[in-house]
Write a protein that binds this ligand. Sequence first.
Ligand SMILES: *[C@@H]1O[C@H](CO)[C@@H](O)[C@H](O)[C@H]1NC(C)=O
Ligand SMILES: *[C@@H]1O[C@H](CO)[C@@H](O)[C@H](O)[C@H]1NC(C)=O
Ligand SMILES: *[C@@H]1O[C@H](CO)[C@@H](O)[C@H](O)[C@H]1NC(C)=O
Ligand SMILES: [Ca+2]
Length: 644
Amino acid sequence: MSQRLAALLLPVCIIGCVLAYGQGPRKPRPHIVIITADDMGWHDVGFHGTNQIATPNIDALAYDGVILNRHYSAPMCTPSRAALMTGRNPINVGMQHYVIDSDEPWGLGLNQRIMPEYFRDAGYRTHMVGKWHLGFFNDQYIPTSRGFDTHIGYLGPYVDYWSYVSKMNSGTFEGYDMRQNRFVNYAANGTYATDYFTTAAKDIIGQHGKSGEPMLLVVNHLAPHAGNDDDPLQAPQETIDRFAYIQNLDRRTYAAMVSKLDDSVGEIYGALKAHGMLDNSIIVFLCDNGGVTRGMHSNTGSNYPLRGQKHSPWEGAVRTAALIWSPLLIDTQRVSNQWFHISDWLPTLASAAGFSVANSSFSDIDGIDQWEALAYGTGNPRQRLMNNLDEIFGYTSYMENGFKYINGSTLNGANDEWYGQTDPLDRLPSDEKYLAGVMSTTIARTAKLDEKVISYLRRHAKIDCGNEIAHQPCNPLRKPCLFDIINDPCEMHDIADEYPRLMRDIRRRLEHYRLRAAKPRNRPHDPQADPSKFGGIWTWWRTDPTVAAKQHDGEIPPPSNSLSKDTQLIVIIPIAVVGIIFVIGTLLYLSNKNIIKLCRRTKQSSTNMPSEIPTDAASSEGKPTTDAAFSSNIYVISDRDMDR
Ligand SMILES: *[C@@H]1O[C@H](CO)[C@@H](O)[C@H](O)[C@H]1NC(C)=O
Ligand SMILES: *[C@@H]1O[C@H](CO)[C@@H](O)[C@H](O)[C@H]1NC(C)=O
Ligand SMILES: *[C@@H]1O[C@H](CO)[C@@H](O)[C@H](O)[C@H]1NC(C)=O
Ligand SMILES: [Ca+2]
């Protein structure tokens, strides 16, 4: 019976198939735009509940997409960017310790295959705008040598927002750091960096237009990172003036820096819309690490009420503001509490684009493909998060199944407190004003956002730890601490003594991580890097000139699509016919058995163990009373009713 039906349908299918092919190729891969903020705090976006700094565009995108409420980055720039680009944990690629100063001869290993290389192979055009910070002492390390068709931006950790000068080595080395591919970009000089990068991104989108090719665009903003130490906070005066209600002048300027960044997000969205790309786009916004309220490169960023700040083992360093927006997501306008590590983006976005990076012959990906969980709101594929294990500074920050473990700290504990509480003298805008701001954005109007939905989501994305003082304060410099990070997100109560077995299990697992970790790649300062030797320009000072001469300058390679259309047709038709017969047969079989169930699958955690460490017998500490979910390995947090 099923065979007769199939025979009947077959000619229809073939005709349909040929017609469909004639009308154009398969649905094109989605455009992917990743926008990163640098050193921006948890408490510096409106969707986390503050009215101090308006970020209506970022917020509208968050409310209409998925708020990633447990998004974890590495504690500093270089490790985070390494993880984003490689899909690997920084400890496994030797990028776990500190950052690359521009006069240091090291970078992300050339044996690492990075995001734009994977996407280029999948037919993408690949563009980077803004910060690199993964090494440039040799020109083989720069973005356009590593898979990006184009790069407009700087190579080091930070520059002046107007002059693009970057000072290193206690200010004794000073040079211009701004590139257009391999060339020095002098045109940017004098234009506010956030504006320049926004224009560059819009130009790329405009030129790309409806070319039909998929686009990967990574926009790594300078904002709101501090500039050079002698003039760290910089924004146009008219923007600063809009925040006159903020008493602290540095914080006021910082608010303007964040506000310009928010404008950028709105403009990039607008450009995608104007060029007909929005319907098939994925936009990701994330922060590379927490804000810096105090100390070196302080920008007054706030992670309140989270503990700590950038460059520490605490949540304030690693739990970062993030969102994903896309018409390709099925279950949107929600707060996701699935654990997400920055290394997950590569496999996740590849999956969204229809290809896999999991088993490349180049490297083992540590990240987990969370596309299905994000798109359908199903499950929580990740149970473990290695924030960092830095043997040089001597600290470990790690989470599994909702328990966070910290041993040791940075800077002898200088970043271990709670910072960034809003000045009570600031007369903040009202909630009504906040809502009106979000609703007035193009994003909110296009998405037809509802004010009730916004208020609901905002309430659920906010972390409130009350005004409680830590009554079990932890000093990880003395002994390791453990936190129930779901019920104690602000790391106030050390519960290590209550869980001796879990502590032992964790220590054993951490030993696996430690033994498997790559040696940090850091190299000391090199006097030869001094820009004054190169006409005041930061450049690749260790490039072999004979190799450099052979490299073609700034040329964009052709896309990798190869088969001719006729060949494709000859290959596709027989495959399609066989496929259709198979599908019809299967459908008939399944409908008989009445077992078709669509979507909403819950994944078995065992198939999704992070590959960062060898799978170990799961801990069996018993059933903690705090959260029923702990009792199961399939650790599902319901997004809609987690209210903390
Ligand atoms: C940038 O512009 C300023 C002001 O015009 C100028 O003094 C400086 O030399 C320029 N920098 C470079 C690298 O050309
Ligand atoms: C990668 O391939 C190897 C063998 O080729 C296999 O053992 C391994 O399970 C694969 N890993 C993944 C993540 O698919
Ligand atoms: C905690 O960190 C310190 C400093 O790195 C180290 O000496 C000690 O062995 C660690 N303790 C445990 C229990 O791992
Ligand atoms: Ca950073």
